[in-house]
Write a protein that binds this ligand. Structure first.
Ligand code: SF4
Length: 165
């Protein structure tokens, strides 16, 4: 079963998008390769910031860390979401755990040429730990969480699992 050390950026993203998605993911359900939105996200990654090397933290894999210890993440969407900020917060938490004094996250949105900075404050650190606890609670729940409304499921790569009667 999943432990605190196993919690990565994808778990955090799904926690914020839909707890049911997180629950399915934790059980090995992986339909992402069929989803064009995910493929588009990978394409944005492939064509943006190619000079930088992703940083592998085990369960968490982030885009890059600059010389001032800011985490940079490139997003395929046009506008920020709470999930984006939560992922960045999680990466800062992981970096702090291995002795790197992460300062915060810079989220890049190439489609709209926007960037958003989120300093890693004491409150953010507290929230990062709370997010991990929530991930563990969802993943270990015996029953799957309820579906979102059909409208909120639009574009989700798990639609076939949740809505095929
Ligand atoms: S289809 Fe809807 S309920 Fe199912 S995982 Fe996706 S967002 Fe959640």
């Amino acid at each position: 079963m999943i432990t605190e050390a196993d919690v990565g950026g994808v778990h955090i993203k799904y926690l914020y998008h839909c707890p049911r998605q997180l629950w399915l993911y934790a059980r090995g359900v992986r339909p992402e390769h069929l989803n064009t939105a995910v493929l588009l996200g990978e394409a944005v990654h492939d064509t943006s910031y190619t000079r930088n090397t992703p940083v592998d933290l085990g369960a968490a894999r982030l885009d890059f860390v600059d010389g001032r210890h800011w985490v940079h993440e490139v997003k395929s969407s046009t506008r920020p979401t709470p999930a984006d900020q939560a992922q960045g917060r999680h990466y800062c938490h992981r970096l702090q755990q291995i002795g790197i004094d992460a300062q915060g996250t810079v989220l890049h949105y190439p489609k709209t040429r926007r960037t958003h900075r989120h300093p890693y404050t004491a409150e953010e650190a507290q929230q990062a730990r709370a997010d991990i606890d929530r991930v563990l609670d969802v993943c270990t729940a015996p029953e799957s969480p309820s579906r979102l409304t059909r409208t909120n499921c639009r574009g989700c790569s798990y639609t076939d699992y949740c809505w095929t009667e």
